[in-house]
Ligand binder design. Structure first.
Ligand code: SME
Length: 162
């Protein structure tokens, strides 16, 4: 196991600011949720280092169901309150997990995943759309800047819901 060195990803804040603008351009004017979710996943997955999965789980009224993503095939359904995704959905708090092996109830979809960040996606009316989930094969990959950056990206995504 190895850890992310600061040199690996210099000026993370500026990088996220650029990604936020790219995300805005990608989805502005397009009302289709699946199209926007697919492009959003591809943008993030291919623009940040040391990721092995990035995508959406969408709430169907009962549980989370996998949506557009980049990475290996993943578990399809996650009950609210279960795993990192279900915990983010249930608590409506972003989950930053430095070591998934230490997270009680973590659901291992890709054995390569070592750390994870999950942002809850809540509509303006307070209802749950789902979660945005990003995994890394590197322990401790996500820090406070990643949390701020991912939440800013998700705000853009949610602001453009039809
Ligand atoms: N690890 C997640 C499940 C989804 S995959 O990471 C794609 C969890 O514990 O909720």
């Amino acid at each position: 196991m190895f850890h992310l060195s600061p040199q690996t990803f210099a000026n993370k804040t500026a990088h996220y600011a650029s990604l936020v603008e790219q995300a805005r351009h990608l989805i502005t004017g397009e009302p289709n949720l699946i199209a926007n979710a697919a492009n959003f996943s591809a943008l993030v997955f291919h623009s940040l280092p040391q990721l092995n999965w990035a995508g959406f789980y969408l709430y169907d009224g009962t549980e989370l169901v996998v949506g557009p993503f980049q990475g290996k095939p993943a578990c399809i359904r996650i009950p609210l309150g279960t795993g990192v995704c279900g915990t983010a959905a249930h608590t409506r708090q972003t989950q930053v997990v430095q070591d998934v092996n230490q997270f009680a109830g973590h659901i291992p979809c890709d054995a390569a995943s070592q750390s994870e960040i999950v942002v809850p996606l809540v509509r303006a009316d307070g209802t749950l759309l789902g979660v945005w989930d990003v995994d890394s094969p590197v322990a401790g990959r996500f820090d406070a800047e990643d949390r701020i950056g991912m939440e800013a990206l998700c705000q853009v995504f949610m602001a453009h819901l039809a």
